[in-house]
Design a protein around this ligand. Structure first.
Ligand code: SAM
Length: 326
């Protein structure tokens, strides 16, 4: 990943859509031979609690400092949203996995684009093309409820096994129910961070369905989700065995699935999509989103996320808010 450019773009986009432009003058700077991203505060005001909260959770943030007038760095304590151990995101390794830092970036930008950017509650996140759950894991990490739909049976079985083992290994009080919904295999998992919270019903829920994404219309009630976050098929084959599971026509898939996803979104909710812009032009995707009453964040900041993954994948992302009923 082009870490510094993406970090600057994330900072700018979050400042613009979640912090009323509080962070300004974002730029790369090398201090003592280490690359940093620096920024200023609009009106030279003190850093707000809300800005500190967002800055602490940007995908690129490892540490946060005040750059003093004499050039010294004073560390600030981070206010992380993470509720779970980071191995939830890093243990699984498989071909076709979406980079977990990029997934965090996409979730952050989708949250920032929604009307819920200032709320700290357990939002409901859907990944309608969820693979082995990188988005679901990041959503759980933030204390959100996660729902995923994936049509590949092997992926379904692998993640269903992984996540149940993970909550067991972490000794979380939990319930796991493997069943079916409208004929599709489904796992429902609920866990509490400790016994007391579990008993009080303070749980995080994961639902994972093995179905085609178009089944969302029959499986979930309309307006069930606050955020939809997904990494669309790249239209290329990852490795020898993966071909059958990868749609070669992201536009066809997005055209038919988007109205269904839009219906699943609550008013004020947002959708974030990552895709390969070598097989689908940004303009075409933006038009499609707008046709479904989605207000696309299309400022300069949001147009700076395009980056090369490999020779056949030029990844970009888009975030859009559901403004009116579909
Ligand atoms: C780019 S991958 C997402 C990977 C995922 N973010 C992860 O890290 O595991 C796209 C996923 O969409 C799934 N997919 C493609 N078409 C689908 C469809 N019509 N319904 C459900 N899943 C689909 C593929 O099987 C693949 O797992």
């Amino acid at each position: 990943m082009h870490a510094s450019a993406l970090a600057e773009a994330e900072l700018l986009a979050v400042s613009e859509s979640a912090l009323a432009g509080e962070l300004v003058d974002v730029r790369p700077q090398v201090l003592g031979s280490v690359a940093y991203v620096t920024f200023g505060l609009a009106n030279g005001s003190a850093l707000s609690e809300r800005a500190l909260s967002w800055l602490s959770n940007l995908a690129a943030t490892f540490a946060l400092f005040v750059l003093e007038p004499d050039g010294k760095l004073t560390p600030l304590s981070l206010a992380r949203w993470d509720e779970l151990d980071s191995d939830l995101l890093t243990i699984q390794k498989y071909t076709g996995k979406t980079n977990e830092v990029f997934t965090k970036l996409l979730l952050n930008l989708t949250l920032a684009a929604s009307s819920f950017a200032g709320e700290r509650r357990a939002l409901s996140v859907l990944d309608p093309l969820c693979g082995r759950g990188t988005t679901l894991n990041q959503a759980l990490m933030y204390g959100f409820h996660a729902t995923g739909v994936e049509h590949d049976r092997k992926d379904y079985e692998a993640y269903a096994l992984f996540i149940q083992r993970w909550v067991k290994d972490k000794r979380f009080k939990h319930t796991a129910v493997a069943g079916h919904v409208k004929g599709h295999p489904k796992l429902d998992l609920a866990f509490g961070l400790d016994k007391t919270r579990f008993k009080a019903g303070d749980t995080r829920r994961l639902s994972y369905v093995n179905a085609d994404t178009h089944a969302i219309a029959e499986v979930f009630a309309p307006r069930s989700f606050d955020l939809i976050v997904t990494d669309a098929p790249y239209g290329v084959q990852h490795g020898a065995q993966a071909g059958a599971a990868i749609s070669r026509r992201p536009l066809g898939l997005l055209t038919s699935a988007l109205p269904i996803w839009r219906n699943a979104l609550r008013p004020g909710g947002a959708i974030g999509i990552a895709w390969n812009n070598l097989v689908l032009r940004r303009d075409a995707l933006v038009r499609l989103l707008e046709q479904h009453a989605l207000e696309v964040r299309d400022s300069v900041a949001y147009r700076r996320f395009e980056h090369r993954v490999d020779a056949s994948i030029q990844r970009d992302l888009v975030a859009a808010r559901a403004v009116t009923p579909p």
